[in-house]
Write a protein that binds this ligand. Structure first.
Ligand code: ADE
Length: 245
C-alpha cells in the first residue's frame, strides 16, 4: 500500500519509523511518504492560511497549496489523472481528518486496508477551504473522517491513529494474523480480559477456568466476559437482544 501524508508538520510523522508500521515500511509492505504543504506555496512567507470569508475567529487553510499538492500526488499514483478529472475509482482515497467527519471504525479500517493508495490531508487552524473537498469529491473518493467527538489541534494525531489501525490490517504487517481476530471491535464486542504467568499475583488469582485445559469452557467464559464488559461500558455496541438483563 502507498500512503501519502500532506501536512505543515512533517516532523510529527517520524514516529512512524518505529514499531510495526516502521517494520512494514522497511520490508516494503507500506510505502509511506510525508509531504510538506508549504512546499506548494509561492510567497515569501510560505503562507498556507488566510482570514475566513464572512468573518469569525481563526484562520482557514487556503485552497491553492492543497490543489497543487494533491494534483501532484494524485497524478503520481494514478498515472496522470488528477483532481476532478480522475474519475470515480481511478485515484486514491483522499482522507481529511475532521471532527465534522464520519466516525472512524474498525469496519472502516478494514475496508481502507484493501485500498492500494491512501492520501491523508492534515488540516490545521479552523480547517481547510470547503472548495478543496468539493473539487476532489468529483472523483468520488473524498472522505472526512473523525476520530471521535472531541477536538484535536489538527489532523496529524488523527492520521497517525488511522494509519496504525489500517496498517496492522494489511496482510503481513502483524506476524500472527490470528491475533487480529480476537480483538475488541473485530466481532462487534469488546475483547475478553487476558492473563499470563504467574497464576497468582499480589493476591489476585487468574480465573480457574483458564487453568482448566477445558477449551469449550474457556471459550464460553471468554464470550460471557466479552458480553458482560460490553454491556457495562459500551451497551451501544450490543445488538438489541443482548442489551438487556
Ligand atoms: N481534527 C481535529 N479534531 C479531530 C477529530 N476529533 N478527529 C479527526 N480529526 C480531527
Amino acid at each position: 500500500m502507498r500512503i501519502d501524508i500532506l501536512t505543515i508538520f512533517p516532523e510529527f510523522f517520524s514516529v512512524l519509523d518505529v514499531s510495526l508500521v516502521g517494520k512494514a515500511r522497511q520490508s516494503g509492505l507500506i510505502d509511506l511518504r510525508v509531504h510538506n504543504l508549504r512546499d506548494h506555496t509561492h510567497d515569501r512567507h510560505n503562507t498556507v492560511d488566510d482570514t475566513p470569508y464572512g468573518g469569525g475567529a481563526g484562520m482557514v487553510m487556503k485552497p491553492e497549496p492543497w490543489g497543487e499538492a494533491l494534483d501532484e500526488i494524485i497524478g503520481e499514483v494514478s498515472g496522470g489523472a488528477a483532481g476532478a478529472d480522475a474519475g470515480a475509482d481511478a485515484g486514491p482515497v483522499l482522507i481529511f481528518p475532521s471532527p465534522a467527519g464520519e466516525l472512524f471504525t474498525q469496519k472502516m479500517a478494514r475496508s481502507l486496508a484493501e485500498e492500494p493508495n491512501l492520501v491523508f490531508g492534515c488540516g490545521r487552524y479552523e480547517g481547510i477551504d470547503q472548495r478543496v473537498f468539493d473539487h476532489y469529491a468529483a472523483s468520488g473518493r473524498v472522505r472526512l473522517i473523525s476520530l471521535g467527538d472531541y477536538v484535536l489541534n489538527g489532523g496529524e494525531v488523527a492520521v497517525m491513529a488511522m494509519i496504525e489501525a489500517i496498517g496492522r490490517l494489511i496482510p503481513g504487517v502483524v506476524g500472527n494474523p490470528e491475533s487480529l481476530v480476537e480483538e475488541s471491535h473485530e466481532d462487534g464486542l469488546l475483547e475478553y480480559p487476558s492473563y499470563t504467568k504467574p497464576s497468582s499475583w499480589c493476591g489476585h488469582d487468574v480465573p480457574p477456568v483458564l487453568l482448566s485445559g477445558n477449551h469449550g469452557a474457556i471459550a464460553a467464559w471468554r464470550r460471557e466476559q466479552q458480553l458482560a464488559r460490553t454491556r457495562q461500558v459500551r451497551p451501544d455496541l450490543l445488538p438489541p437482544a443482548n442489551s438487556e438483563e
